[in-house]
Design a protein around this ligand. Structure first.
Ligand SMILES: Nc1nc2c(ncn2[C@@H]2O[C@H](COP(=O)(O)OP(=O)(O)OP(=O)(O)O)[C@@H](O)[C@H]2O)c(=O)[nH]1
Ligand SMILES: [Mg+2]
Length: 443
């Protein structure tokens, strides 16, 4: 049997040991597997308590079994779920029993979802939403993924595709009518009007500022500055744990250290870097090189210093906030010379003074950066690229219609093709592997 037609199984719940482990089976052999292990098939969709036994009739575990005959199942195939005790040995014994069946094998990552997609249970944009939901770390990412999973973009794309096909049918009917000479204007004009209206809708969706795409990836904030100014101390404050080594030696941090923060539901990655200075130590030189490179790519740079006259030594397009640290030392001696201005802060990273204000400003920055994502439909570069191609083809079809209706019809075909790729309905074998490989096993 071809691997594609084989029955697959996987642990769909978290890593054992856990209270309960959920093992899913999907494919034509699922019924035979359940009968083999549980003695008989339970009623469809009814949780049924059963003792599972292997081929030698040795007990595996006392389990709850669910039976979902296809096509009304998650994958569209026959599906069985075994809820067993989540011990490593229990799961291993169940896996061994499952593998003993002919044409039953462990699933590849994302293979359940891929089968659901291939059986038309969801389109590719929804599958992407599902992947995002599983990987969502913050509340706003979850919200965004749920919207994607609802199929809002897919619904729009299906509607556009149907209307493009209508428009090209009008044009092609015109071409068929007129053996010679021009296609009558009364056929072309309504088709063109349809295409223009469509184009406006696609462009409106594209006009979103990519905030949803950013929400998937998160915001990167780099802490940079000279050595020993307290960058790692600030990092630890933001992370609320000791992620980076702090020491009075200049040149302590060499690697780039990252922590993921959830700032008011926004995903933010903070990176702590090596202090930037000229040095002869080759290891520290490499650290400084990495620090510069990461800070140059960041979305926001916190330039930390411990003296008022510190010059900023940084290249990049990202905004830079000046953060003056160790103000506790200055307070003890003389009063602070200046009050903090726009994009400028005074903190004591070791005592925590000024850190809440800095965090509040970061939340504000994240709010502006991600903006309102509620009306955005695009969440991936792949989707944006295909919609751009669609819009370009629609634009060309309007532009070339004067030179020949066949040319316009061909552009419309291309536009429909791009939308088909967006939905995963045409010619996407190459990208399917890439997308589904990112999924977890068991999903
Ligand atoms: N008084 C005072 N000392 C601080 C403050 N923040 C950090 N320090 C001290 O400054 C020294 C350097 O701190 P680090 O956090 O290691 O500085 P860094 O910028 O990461 O240094 P490198 O990794 O070497 O570039 C340590 O001795 C800290 O305890 C502060 O707000 N006040
Ligand atoms: Mg450091």
């Amino acid at each position: 049997m071809h691997p594609r037609d084989q029955t697959i199984f996987a642990l769909s719940s978290g890593r054992p040991p856990s209270a309960i482990a959920l093992v899913r089976v999907s494919g034509s052999q699922a019924g035979r597997v359940v009968t083999g292990l549980a003695g008989k098939l339970p009623s469809p969709r009814m949780a049924t308590r059963t003792l599972l036994r292997d081929v030698g009739q040795r007990p595996i575990d006392d389990a709850v079994v669910l039976w979902f005959p296809g096509p009304a199942s998650a994958t569209g195939e026959d599906v069985a779920e075994f809820h067993v005790h989540g011990g490593r040995a229990v799961v291993a014994a169940l896996f061994a029993a499952l593998s003993a069946f002919e044409d039953v094998r462990p699933a590849e990552p994302g293979e359940f979802t891929r089968r659901a997609f291939e059986n038309g249970k969801l389109d590719l944009t929804e599958a992407e939403g599902l992947d995002d939901l599983i990987h969502a770390d913050t509340d706003r990412q979850r919200h965004q993924a749920l919207r994607q999973l609802k199929g809002l973009l897919g619904d729009r794309a299906r509607d556009w595709r149907a209307r493009i096909i209508e428009a090209s049918a009008l044009i092609e009917a015109g071409i068929d009518f007129s053996d010679e000479g021009d296609v009558p204007a009364e056929l072309i004009a309504p088709a063109l009007a349809k295409v223009k209206a469509l184009l406006a809708e696609v462009e409106e969706v594209l006009a979103g500022q990519g905030r949803s795409e950013r929400l998937r990836d998160g915001l990167v904030v780099a802490i940079a500055g000279p050595p020993n100014v307290g960058k790692s101390t600030l990092m630890n404050q933001l992370a609320r744990r000791e992620v980076a080594i702090v020491s009075p030696h200049a040149g302590t941090t060499r690697d780039v250290i990252e922590v993921q923060l959830d700032l008011d539901g926004y995903p933010v990655t903070v990176i702590d870097t090596a202090g930037i200075r000229e040095t002869d130590d080759p290891v520290e030189q490499e650290g400084v090189r990495r620090a510069r490179a990461r800070a140059a790519d960041a979305d926001l740079v916190l330039w930390l210093s411990d003296s008022p006259q510190e010059a900023i030594d940084h290249d990049g397009v990202a905004p830079i906030w000046k953060v003056r640290n160790k103000v506790d030392l200055e307070e003890a001696g003389r009063p602070l010379a200046e009050a903090p201005g726009q994009g400028s802060f005074q903190i004591s990273a070791s005592r925590g003074d000024g850190v809440p204000e800095l965090i509040a400003a970061l939340v504000g920055f994240a709010q502006r950066y991600f903006g309102g994502t509620d009306d955005e439909l695009i969440s991936r570069t792949r989707q944006r690229k295909l919609l751009q191609e669609t819009a370009a083809s629609l634009r060309r079809s309007v532009a070339v219609v004067g030179q020949g209706e066949e040319l316009a019809a061909e552009e419309l075909r291309l536009a429909a093709y791009s939308l088909g790729r967006l939905l995963g309905r045409v010619d996407v074998e190459d990208i399917l592997d890439v997308i589904f490989r990112e999924f977890c096993v068991g999903k």
